[in-house]
Design a protein around this ligand. Structure first.
Ligand SMILES: *[C@@H]1O[C@H](CO)[C@@H](O)[C@H](O)[C@H]1NC(C)=O
Ligand SMILES: *[C@@H]1O[C@H](CO)[C@@H](O)[C@H](O)[C@H]1NC(C)=O
Ligand SMILES: *[C@@H]1O[C@H](CO)[C@@H](O)[C@H](O)[C@H]1NC(C)=O
Ligand SMILES: *[C@@H]1O[C@H](CO)[C@@H](O)[C@H](O)[C@H]1NC(C)=O
Ligand SMILES: *[C@@H]1O[C@H](CO)[C@@H](O)[C@H](O)[C@H]1NC(C)=O
Ligand SMILES: *[C@@H]1O[C@H](CO)[C@@H](O)[C@H](O)[C@H]1NC(C)=O
Ligand SMILES: *[C@@H]1O[C@H](CO)[C@@H](O)[C@H](O)[C@H]1NC(C)=O
Ligand SMILES: *[C@@H]1O[C@H](CO)[C@@H](O)[C@H](O)[C@H]1NC(C)=O
Ligand SMILES: *[C@@H]1O[C@H](CO)[C@@H](O)[C@H](O)[C@H]1NC(C)=O
Length: 785
């Protein structure tokens, strides 16, 4: 045992009694002891162990501190709760092979918690700062019977594991010193909360004080400071045996520690590094960082944003529970739903991005489920409030669900951190949400539709479409104060030559559209709303008010309106060459339409479809049928059974969306590799995660709108699903298009995705059912192929 030497120290008196102590040692055998004044020094002289008195205290404690750091910095204290009041203490190996501290009367005032007797014990202070007890005879020098790293105080050293050993049930956590004079356990602890979705939590006594947010595979959801760096590496281990956080310095010359501090008013978890130049510790990170880190500052269902004033905001779809207190900046009561959810009424989920996810108490998690499975399970369990991916690395995996009120959410956008969170909402709440949002969008109002020759679902070759943008509120105009000129019926009659057939540009579900010329030679287009239109006076007024409030951006301008007797008309500027068809399907002009415009057009058409239904009474059935009969846009159930429903409309819309994006018509679509039609092609690309290949080349790559485009494709595919029941309603489509936070379900295969080989005459002009029946069989055969 040549290496076993003990330390000699400055007390001459001691050296008289302990003659064998003369060289610094890092181990202690049963025959040896360390008394006050003597120390153990780790092999590389990194750490030192001995008795000390903190700051102004006279009490003696056995502790470990840095050997080379000039300011004594204690990282571990053995007898923190049982100090010695004099220098009579001694560290020894006890009778059962455990580590003990004895006082003057040889009473054990502290001992290591060793369960089994050790035959050949040896104590060693490692260069990591770990004081370990092991059996000399044990071949594995890393097989510790006891180690101080399992019992940290206020300091987490590199290599320590903060968390749970699930086999033994031991929880390793940090606890602050009461104050700088008193290392006994203070008010603050920092531990990993062993929920189904573990997160680390600072507690003040028993109350939560700060939450890091759960480990999301990349970082702790609410702790943006913990990032990959060149100074230290960290690891979070979550498995059946252990759940812990640990870190290691990369450059061994760096001295780093994490400490949980306590002052009279607050606690902080700090990461510090020793700066040799200044001979002092520098704080690298200190949490809580700001008031938004204060646990549940904003109460339930609200979010905290540091830069906003007030800091707390109810989540979208929620309102303050107690508005008076809320306005007085007492946010503790939090927020409640504007519209209660009702599981049987088909709730939906709203996506919130870049948030520190809520307190994970009572969560449920499954690491092998994907996001869609997660959504389905959450939707079907009425007590599930929210869900998200448990792990966001590698594109996201795993499922975690919340069943309690969502608290302590924080907006992490400014840090580029945080996760997505999908919160259950009443479907009706989402609709009203979208209505208010849609107004802010640039919308395209496809205002006049259809003309003989090229009826594309009411979007004819003469299709005036326009982009309108919301004008900033004008202030004190009365509600009905229309700012648009009112045209006299006689003026319009004169301009259109009394609605002459020759001036008719087309006819849509709304009614006919006429070209006209005002006296000042200005050309106009008059949308004469069908007298049979079910749109009442108030709806018409609303539409006019809406349009008049939207600022003209380009193309088509609403010049005014006319309301006289039964006549309701909208008067637009005439644009001879602005056909949607020519823009989308003609190669030379398709370049003109950038991606954003296409997205806007889709949104506008979606709204238009919604509006079209307003106008469609029973009397207009023939008109509708003719439009719907256009091959390529027909839903399977209509084509096969002649069964038409609002969901058939949705199908047609989906086709149109995919056409707009791809710049190709569904009908007559040709691909060299397969016989699929456009729908089949889009579906195939989507399933292979290659959706962007669908996008029309002429769209170029100028605008970074990939997400929006993918979303449009996704929505298009949802609309063309084979089963009418699976297709979303048109209002859901508007919702999905206008709010990127609405979660989209996975689409099922589309109806009709094989193209027939024999081209068939476009059937838009047939209004009788027979013509549909005539190619029933063809389609059925195609399906059966
Ligand atoms: C230390 O505590 C013991 C027992 O409580 C007491 O007898 C002794 O006087 C104390 N010594 C000092 C220096 O306070
Ligand atoms: C030594 O410790 C024992 C047990 O804690 C205590 O009763 C005794 O008073 C202590 N003696 C001194 C001198 O501190
Ligand atoms: C010592 O171990 C026992 C049983 O293993 C445990 O109940 C006790 O809390 C431990 N004490 C300390 C101070 O770790
Ligand atoms: C730290 O600074 C001291 C002088 O203050 C110097 O002697 C020593 O080499 C430095 N150590 C390192 C690691 O830079
Ligand atoms: C949910 O909706 C169903 C069907 O409309 C209704 O009977 C039920 O009372 C509603 N439940 C709640 C809690 O509103
Ligand atoms: C987790 O999800 C997978 C896949 O859905 C399932 O097979 C497994 O049973 C689930 N595990 C638990 C504990 O629910
Ligand atoms: C919903 O999930 C919770 C938590 O997993 C579970 O306790 C409860 O039984 C589930 N309810 C239903 C109806 O499945
Ligand atoms: C009708 O239009 C003609 C020219 O197109 C014009 O001379 C005439 O004054 C107009 N009549 C009215 C009543 O506006
Ligand atoms: C409209 O298009 C035609 C041919 O498509 C062209 O000759 C004419 O100049 C265009 N008019 C305008 C105003 O662009």
């Amino acid at each position: 045992m040549g290496v076993l030497h003990l330390v000699m120290f400055y007390s001459f008196t001691f050296s008289l009694f302990y003659q064998e102590i003369h060289i610094a040692a890092y181990t202690l055998t049963p025959s040896q002891s360390i008394i006050d004044g003597q120390t153990l020094i780790s092999k590389g002289a990194i750490f030192e162990l001995g008795f000390f008195s903190p700051s102004n205290s006279k009490d003696r404690y056995l502790g470990i501190w840095y050997k080379k750091v000039s300011v004594q910095t204690v990282v571990w204290v053995a007898n923190r709760d049982s100090p010695l009041n004099d220098t009579s203490g001694a560290l020894k190996i006890g009778s059962i092979g455990n580590i003990v501290i004895l006082n003057r009367t040889q009473s054990v005032i502290w001992s290591s918690n060793t369960s089994n007797a050790v035959e050949n014990p040896i104590v060693e202070l490692l260069d990591s700062g770990n004081l370990v007890l092991r059996d000399v005879k044990d071949a594995d020098p890393k097989s510790y019977l006891w180690q101080s790293f399992d019992y940290p105080g206020d300091t987490l050293l590199p290599g320590m594991k903060l968390g749970w050993n699930l086999k033994t049930g031991r929880n390793t956590y940090m606890s602050s010193w009461r104050n700088s004079d008193d290392p006994s356990q203070g008010d603050y602890t920092f531990a990993i909360d062993l929920t189904k979705y573990p997160e680390s939590v600072i507690r003040n006594r028993y109350s939560k004080y700060y939450r890091s947010g759960p480990w999301d595979g990349l970082q702790f959801s609410g702790a943006p400071n913990l990032v990959r760096n060149r100074v230290f590496k960290y690891e979070v281990v979550l498995n059946a045996d252990e759940v812990y956080y640990t870190y290691q310095v990369i450059d061994q010359s760096v001295t780093l520690r994490v400490v949980l501090t306590q002052t009279s008013t607050e606690g902080h978890l700090q990461r510090l590094t020793w700066v040799n130049d200044t001979q002092s510790w520098r704080v690298l990170v200190s949490i809580p960082r700001d008031h938004c880190d204060d646990y549940a500052l904003c109460g339930a269902y609200s979010t905290c944003e540091v830069m906003s004033e007030p800091a707390c905001q109810c989540l979208k779809g929620f309102k303050p529970k107690s508005p008076l207190e809320w306005d007085a900046t007492d946010w503790s009561q939090g927020c409640e739903r504007k519209t209660p959810t009702n599981c049987s009424q088909g709730d939906e989920f709203l996506k919130f991005t870049g948030v520190k996810v809520p307190d994970t108490t009572g969560t449920w998690a499954n690491m092998s489920m994907d996001l869609e499975e997660c959504r389905v399970i959450c939707l079907t369990n009425c007590s599930c409030v929210a869900y998200t991916n448990a792990d966001i690395s590698n594109g996201g995996s795993g499922c975690v669900m919340w069943f309690m009120d969502l608290t302590d959410i924080r907006n992490m956008d400014e840090d580029g951190a945080g996760q997505d969170l999908y919160i259950r909402m009443a479907a009706s709440e989402l609709v009203s949400e979208s209505k208010s949002r849609t107004k802010e969008h640039v919308v395209v109002i496809v205002s006049i539709t259809a003309v003989a020759g090229m009826a594309v679902l009411g979007l004819g070759s003469w299709c005036i479409w326009s982009i309108w943008k919301k004008r900033s509120p004008r202030g004190d105009h009365g509600k009905d104060d229309l700012e648009l000129p009112i045209f006299d019926l006689a003026t319009i009659k004169n301009a259109t030559d009394n609605f002459a057939e020759a001036n008719k540009l087309g006819e849509g579900g709304f009614g006919p559209v006429y070209k006209g010329k005002l006296e000042g030679e200005q050309e106009i287009a008059v949308k004469r709303l069908s007298k049979n239109s079910i749109q009442g006076l108030s709806e018409f007024k609303n539409e006019v008010i809406l349009i008049s409030k939207l600022q003209h951006k380009n193309l088509v301008k609403l010049l005014g309106f006319c309301m006289q007797g039964e006549e309701k008309m909208l008067v637009y500027e005439y644009m001879p060459n602005k056909s949607l068809d020519s823009f989308i399907f003609d190669e030379t002009t398709s370049r003109l339409l950038d991606k954003q415009k296409r997205v806007d057009i889709i949104l506008g058409i979606a709204r238009d479809f919604g509006m079209a239904r307003l106008f469609r009474g029973d009397q207009n059935e023939a008109n509708t049928e003719r439009v719907m009969g256009t091959y390529g846009y027909m839903s399977p159930e209509y084509a096969v059974d002649g069964h038409f429903s609002v969901k058939s409309d949705v199908f047609s819309f989906g086709v149109l969306v995919l056409e707009i994006i791809s710049g190709k018509k569904n009908r007559g679509f040709f691909h060299p590799d397969h016989e699929l039609n456009l729908l089949g092609h889009a579906w195939r690309l989507w399933s292979e995660d290659r959706s962007m290949e669908l996008v029309d080349e002429s769209m170029g790559n100028s605008c970074g709108l990939a997400q929006e485009i993918l979303r449009c494709i996704h929505i298009g595919l949802l609309c063309v699903q084979k089963g009418a029941d699976q297709r979303p309603t048109m209002s859901s489509v508007v919702l999905m298009l206008s709010s990127e936070t609405v979660v989209l379900p996975k689409p099922l295969p589309p109806g009709f995705y094989f193209e027939r080989s024999t081209p068939i005459k476009d059937t838009w002009s047939y209004s009788d059912k027979e013509s549909c029946v005539s190619y029933d069989s063809t389609i059925s055969m195609v399906e059966a192929r």
